[in-house]
Design a protein. Sequence first.
Length: 346
Amino acid sequence: MTESTSGNETVFRGALVGFGNVAIHAHVPMWRASRHFRIEAVVEPAAERAEMAGGILPGVPVYPDLASLQTAARLDFIDICTPPASHAELIAEACRSGLHVFSEKPLVTGRSGLEQVDEAAKTSGKVVFAVNNWKYTPLWNQVLALVKQGVIGTVRSVSLEVLRTPSSGGGASDWRRRVAISGGGILLDHGWHALYLVRALVSGPPLTVSARMGFAAADPALEDEVDLSVGFGEAEARIFLTWRSACRKNLATICGEEGRIAIHDDHFLLEKDHEPSRRIEFPEPLSAGSHHLDWMIPVGKGFHRELCDPRVRGENFMEARWCARLIDQAYQSHRRGSRSLSAIEG
C-alpha cells in the first residue's frame, strides 16, 4: 500500500483512466470534494482529451496507457472511466498490479469478463467497486428509505421504466452506439442501474429471468429496447427500457402489502389504504442526467469504507456481480425466444 497521510488522515492515491465527460463532470469533482483521496495521474491516449486533463488537473501527469502509468507512478487505486468493453481487462490488470479498482458501470459486459474480474479480485484481495450511484439520487434515496422502514409493507411487485430518445448517446464519440466498445445496448447501460435498484427493493434471491429485446435498425447487435422480467418467488420485477421514446422520463411503481409508491420523474406519490395520498416533489427530474456531485459523494464514501474495513469489503462487488449475472441471463433468454430461465444468485 502506498497511501500517504495528511495529519491523522490516510489519503489514497489514484489515477483516472479515461478522461471523457463522466470523468470531468462526475469523478473529478467527487475526488476533489474528498479528504480521503487524491488523483495523482491520468491515463488518456487521445491527445485532445489528454490536453484537457492537463488543464483541469494542472500538475497531474498524463500517461498514454496503463503500462506507462504503472512504471512511473506509485498508486493505491485506479478509477476506470473508459467505455464498458474495456473494463474487465483493465480491472484484472490493475488487480494483478496490486491496485484497488473504482469503476464506472457496467462493471463488466459479459460472463467471461465477470469470471476474469472475479478471479482477479479473489487472487489479489483488492477492492473492486462499481459506481452504482442512482441509489443516491434525492428521490431514490428517500424511496429506498421508506421501503426499508416498512412504510408500504413487504414489496410484492416493482415496475421500472426508463424512456430515452433516439438521440441518447455516449458523448462526442457516441460510444453507446458502437457495440465493439459499449459491449451492448440499453440493457447494459440503463438496465444496470435498474437492476441494482430492484435488488435494493426486493428481498430474496432471483429465481427466474425472461427478456424480449428490440434492436436498432442501424445495428442488429445493439438492443435499443428491452422488456425484462425477474421473478423472486413472492415478488415480481418488470423493467422496460427504450431508446425509442419521444421524451425522456423515469417512471416506477413499487407495490407493497400495505401501500404503493409511484415515481413520476420529478416526484413520487405515497399511497396507503385509508390514508390521504402524499406527493413529494424534487427540484430536478431523474431523467435530467446523472453527473451530480451529491449522487457521487456517497459512492466515494462507500469505496473508502471498503478500503478501510475488511468486514464490509466485497459488498459492492457482490451487488455488481448480481447485476452482471442477471444481464447475462437476460441476453440468453432473448436468444432462446424470450424463454423464462432459472436465475443465478450472485
